[in-house]
Design a protein around this ligand. Structure first.
Ligand code: NAP
Length: 265
């Protein structure tokens, strides 16, 4: 395996410290929250990282500065992942500056809480566009070069809501359930080409997304339901993502890894 990777990257490496050395990783929605933690972990593991953002340019550039100052290779690339033309342009920028994408983390996502009867056509369409069409567009764009190299890793950040469903979150849960089905289907389709596709299904992780729709009382009630007695942290998700991105873990394919502290949505 090491020899195979050394041939691919053209350099010897200490696989314990920099297991992703020589690889290029694109993390969508990496300006904040879980994506930011994943980009940081991936860079520390030796990959060159492309930090995708939509609106938070300042935060994305700050992360890029932080990573490059610590000797890592990083760029920031703007794109709305639901827009095919912007996704294509983003990949062209990554390919020009870092090389073709070996590791894709489809993390960008939006949340939405409402009764189904209060969910508008626009709400529904936007949820599916960002949370499901985005990963479809990015995966479709990333796959040809992965297939040519006969190596690739795709990790989709889904949600426990996509596994269990949740009241007043039908659109969000449907988008994440769709993402899990996309992951499993693609895993079967591209597994023979040396590419693995897995999903992570987080429970409540303490980020802007978690706090945006819940008041203090609701947060306390939710926390009391978590068997481990604490919120998930973005770094919890990043550690699992590193495992799934590792070239060593080629037998983990089509899995849905629940990271929920024992909580069930
Ligand atoms: P967050 O703090 O709200 O951050 C969301 C990120 O996604 C931001 O970087 C944002 O970029 C980006 N994004 C949103 N729409 C985008 C678009 N159209 N194109 C490109 N980027 C876009 O959320 P988070 O909690 O870190 O969530 C990350 C992922 O984990 C999401 O897919 C979410 O559904 C999933 N998840 C989260 C939790 C949780 O409890 N936090 C639980 C389960 C699953 P800009 O700021 O640049 O616009």
């Amino acid at each position: 395996m090491k020899q195979e990777r050394e041939e691919k990257t053209g350099k010897s490496e200490d696989s314990r410290h920099h297991p992703l050395e020589g690889l290029v990783c694109l993390v969508t929605g990496a300006s904040r929250g879980i994506g930011r933690a994943i980009a940081t972990a991936v860079a520390a593991a030796g990959a060159a990282v492309a930090i995708n953002y939509h609106h938070s340019e300042k935060a994305a550039l700050a992360l890029k500065e932080e990573l490059t100052a610590s000797g890592r290779q990083a760029i920031a690339v703007q794109a709305d992942v639901s827009d095919a033309a912007m996704v294509d342009l983003m990949f062209l920028q990554v390919e020009e500056q870092l090389g073709t994408v070996d590791l894709l983390v489809n993390n960008a996502g939006i949340a939405f809480k409402a009764l189904l009867t209060d969910t508008t056509d626009e709400d529904w369409a936007r949820l599916l566009a960002v949370n499901l069409t985005g990963p479809f567009l990015c995966s479709r764009r990333a796959l040809p070069s992965m297939i040519r190299k006969r190596f690739g890793r795709i990790v989709n950040i889904a949600s426990m809501q996509g596994v269990c469903g949740a009241s007043c979150e039908a659109a969000y849960a449907a988008s994440k359930g769709g993402l899990i089905a996309l992951s499993k289907s693609l895993a079967a389709e591209v597994g023979p080409s040396g590419i693995t596709v897995n999903a992570i299904a987080p429970g409540p992780v303490f980020t802007d997304m978690l706090c945006q729709d819940l008041d203090e009382g609701e947060l306390a009630e939710l926390l009391s339901l978590l068997p481990v007695g604490r919120w998930g942290q973005p770094e919890d998700i990043a550690r699992a993502c590193l495992f799934l991105l590792s070239p060593q873990n080629s037998f983990v394919n089509g899995s849905v890894l629940a990271l929920d502290g024992g909580w069930k949505a």
